[in-house]
Design a binder for this molecule. Structure first.
Ligand code: ADP
Ligand code: MG
Length: 490
């Protein structure tokens, strides 16, 4: 169900008019939308967005090419088949299509009456439930003329979603609304569609709602493409059209296959990348140590900025995750520098902000139920400290308020286990001083860390460390590695 294809369009063309007046409106459209995806379609007025939406919505017949919806080919479908297919959709237009002579409840019930399993009682319950979720329970017996524009659109959303359709098509649903109610209406639609597992294809000009999209596609002169300019200004606020005009290079898109390397540590850095689709992993190599996985990135994350802003060499290797296929937007150095130079931030701020954004999304994945800002705060309060070879880090009996994570070098811990003494070697990335060694507040007599080489440690407040383990319901290894990555990225 999760990866089910809802819309699959191949080489679709569409024409209006006859003979000498015949004019091509859509050119070789290719588009796939999967279950649960929220896709926004943008483009200038007259570019063909509504025509495309009406073809997908079975309001017109397909002339050329393939349009397959929920597994059924619509090129060559009969009128009856088109009508049948429409029952799988919710449709929302610019001005709500509510019927003025029916109450809110009767309007919603109309959508339900088209369903094969319709019953009056179930319909009433479903109507109440959907009105509750759009916050209009008390308007159930009201006529549309007594509702505001935003309320009407919320009822239109209720009509479109009450049948739990596989696909919701929306043509500029916020055009007639003011800014804040526009965003509220779309955010509501977004939430309900995700709850009902509906795919959404929404046409909009409204730039303030682009961030809700899983993907943005762009139509221009009847041709469909990735919406690079929109993606760019969404992902790097401040990167506007005016800036793009000034540059000699334009962003491009590259596709990489499973496990392909996109940038390699040590190589010269000349490009900045934004992930549009798929997942990548970031690795770092240190001399004489196993390769370390630093990060996993997904749509909306970026990489390559550190190399561009510091030293010109790649500091890590970025590789496509196994079984993933990746589309990246590639921004040449010149365009990236133009952005940095035109932004009010220093290049250090840019690096920090970019990292913060990427890290925040990863922190919330790595430690569920923990607010990423809490992790950032703990990592920034943690101190890094150096120890010479053979110096003692933790004494027996010392007050134990810290967990130590090894950043560089090695330490040796002596543990007395049932009267017998043994030593444990710990390497970079490992930690000690955590909860299982504790007996009350003091480091037990049997814990003594001796540095055999010069070491660099990160000292983390023990209570904060334990609280992250409890809240996230994970273990000390995961918490240590998350704090480690965050510390390195500060
Ligand atoms: P958009 O929704 O992107 O503003 P439309 O899909 O409504 O664009 O229109 C695309 C082009 O097709 C426009 O040039 C428009 O004038 C033309 N067009 C739309 N509908 C018809 C029609 N029924 N007959 C002839 N031309 C049409
Ligand atoms: Mg239109």
């Amino acid at each position: 169900m999760l990866n089910q294809t809802v819309i699959s369009i191949q080489n679709l063309n569409h024409f209006f008019g006859e003979a000498t007046l015949k004019k091509q409106i859509l050119f070789d459209i290719n588009l796939t939308i999967k279950a649960k995806e929220f896709v926004i379609l943008t483009g200038p007025s007259g570019s063909g967005k509504s025509t495309l939406l009406s073809l997908i919505g079975c309001l017109r017949s397909v002339q050329q090419g393939s349009l397959n919806i929920l597994g059924q080919e619509l090129n060559g479908a009969t009128k009856e088949q088109l009508v049948q297919m429409r029952r799988n959709f919710g449709y929302i237009t610019q001005s709500s299509n509510l019927l003025d002579f029916l109450t809110v409840q009767q309007n919603i019930q109309m959508s339900l009456e088209l369903q094969p399993d319709f019953s009056v009682q179930a319909a009433r319950a479903k109507t109440v439930a959907i009105l509750e979720s759009v916050g209009l329970r008390e308007k159930i017996d009201v006529y549309p003329k007594n509702l505001s524009g935003g309320q009407k659109q919320r009822v239109a959303i209720a009509c479109a979603l009450v049948t739990q359709p596989k696909l919701v098509l929306a043509d500029e649903p916020t055009a007639a609304l003011d800014k804040s109610s526009g965003r509220n209406v779309v955010a509501l639609m977004h939430r309900l569609a995700k709850e009902h597992n509906s795919a959404v294809l929404m046409v909009t000009h409204d730039h303030r709602i682009l961030d809700l999209a899983d993907r943005i596609v762009h139509v221009e002169d009847g041709k469909l493409g990735l919406a690079l300019n929109q993606e760019l200004s969404l992902m790097l606020p401040g990167f506007d059209e005016a800036l793009l005009e000034k540059a000699n290079t334009k962003p491009t898109v590259l596709t990489y296959a499973s496990e392909e390397i996109i940038v390699r540590q040590g190589e010269p850095a000349t490009k900045f990348y934004i992930l549009l689709e798929g997942d990548v992993e970031v690795f770092q190599d240190f001399p004489d140590q196993p390769t370390r996985l630093l990060n996993r990135l997904s749509r909306g994350d970026y990489f390559g900025e550190v190399g561009l802003l510091r030293g010109g060499k790649r500091t890590a290797t970025v590789r496509v995750t196994k079984n993933s296929e990746v589309k990246v937007m590639v921004i040449e150095e010149e365009l990236f520098q133009l952005f940095v130079n035109n932004s009010e931030l220093t290049s250090n701020d840019v690096v920090r902000r970019l990292h913060q954004r990427v890290m925040t999304s990863h922190l919330s994945k790595a430690l569920p139920n923990v607010d990423p800002s809490e992790i950032v705060a703990i990592a920034s309060q943690s101190k890094g400290s150096q120890y010479k070879a053979n110096s003692i880090i933790v004494q027996q009996g010392e007050f134990g308020d810290r967990v130590y994570l090894i950043l560089e070098g090695e330490v040796e811990i002596s543990v007395i286990d049932q009267g017998e003494s043994r030593t444990i070697q710990l390497k970079s990335g490992e930690h000690f001083g955590n909860v299982q060694f504790f007996d009350g507040q003091n480091y037990p007599v049997n814990l003594r860390a001796i540095a055999c080489t010069d070491v660099e440690l990160m000292a983390i407040n023990r209570d904060s460390f334990c609280s992250l383990i409890l809240k996230s319901n994970t273990n000390s290894d995961i918490v240590a590695s998350v704090l480690h990555h965050q510390f390195l990225n500060l």
